[in-house]
Write a protein that binds this ligand. Sequence first.
Ligand SMILES: [Zn+2]
Length: 182
Amino acid sequence: MSNRDTRLAISAAPSAVGGAAALLVVFSLLGRRVFGLRPGPALAGGALATALHFVSELWHQSGHARAAAQTGYPMSGVRLWGVLGTSLYPPDEPELPSEVHARRALGGPRASAWFAAVGGLVALATRPIGGIAHMVSSLFALENLLVFSAGALVPLPFMETDGTTLRRHRQPRRQHTVVVQE
Ligand SMILES: [Zn+2]
């Protein structure tokens, strides 16, 4: 088995740098305004939350990759852009059954749901302490819920999400209509 079969080629578009900078600003501001931290800790928390955002993105993609490997049609890589990432598949893939597309699309949100649950527990546990730990775990849990698991399942009109893929490849509903043949 070659590396090409087992390893994901991870690359980043230049826009990912801007995405990281934007996240750092937004998360640090949330640390200051919502979590009531002083500027230094808010910035430290913002940096940590930004790093964990990309860990969460790659974890989400690894969920897609595991599901894809199980279908026999593996992912080839991940392209990071802005604040998100896109799963890459070999360009020479044959026409695949809807079930394969659906299983691959579900793998990411399923993996992220675990991160959301673990992050949520840590956020609850650190609530009495507050500080950076509570700020970062809360943002981590919310991101994994609202962006990478439940959020990813929502089809959006302006970009391809896992929800878009699932809607396109939805299994045909079992027909309950009785067809009377003449
Ligand atoms: Zn996904």
